[in-house]
Design a protein around this ligand. Sequence first.
Ligand code: GRF
Length: 206
Amino acid sequence: MTDSRYPIAVLVSGSGSNLQAIIDAAEKPGYAAEIVVVISDRPDVKALDRAATAGIPAEVVDWSDHESRDQFSLAICDIADRHKAQALILAGFMRVLAPVAIDRFTNRIINIHPALLPSFPGANAVRESLAHGITITGVTVHFVDEQVDHGPIIYQEPVPVLADDDEGTLHARIREVEHRVYPRVVDALSCGELVVEGRRVVWEGQ
Ligand code: GRF
């Protein structure tokens, strides 16, 4: 029997708890995606241990080995192609992919962000949200375009900020939501249910 699941590459830079959530989901019967490769821009991160434990091939693409963002991004695309991945799932990946990668995987790159975009884009979203004094933050999953944390929004869910939250406690509660949400969005993408219409994303069948 052939495996008809949708092959995905998961891109990571750190702890990989969202990667783990997708690994766990993909072990369940009926899940539409299969992780065919994990790609990290850093060696020695926990995400790579998680891939190894799950028996998933993993490769490191070191930023400093490449002369430009284009070359770095194309190296990642080449690895994804070699493993026959159809989509790039960014899960705590801390580099910005060049437009050449966006063009190669049009509407097939998604990212998860720990804030309600377009508020608080960038690498320090949780810290900046707290510093700003907002009382509701959340999770955004979006398609990746040429701008940072900017592409069409697929799904958002609010998370309340508590009076005694610090960056660690708030990010931990945001991650809990991420771990429930991201595998579901990956499944929907893999089933072909997400249709991009300009800035809007339609979930077909809902
Ligand atoms: C997550 O909060 C995600 O939203 C952000 O980076 C964090 C990655 O966490 N882009 P992990 O590596 O999945 O644990």
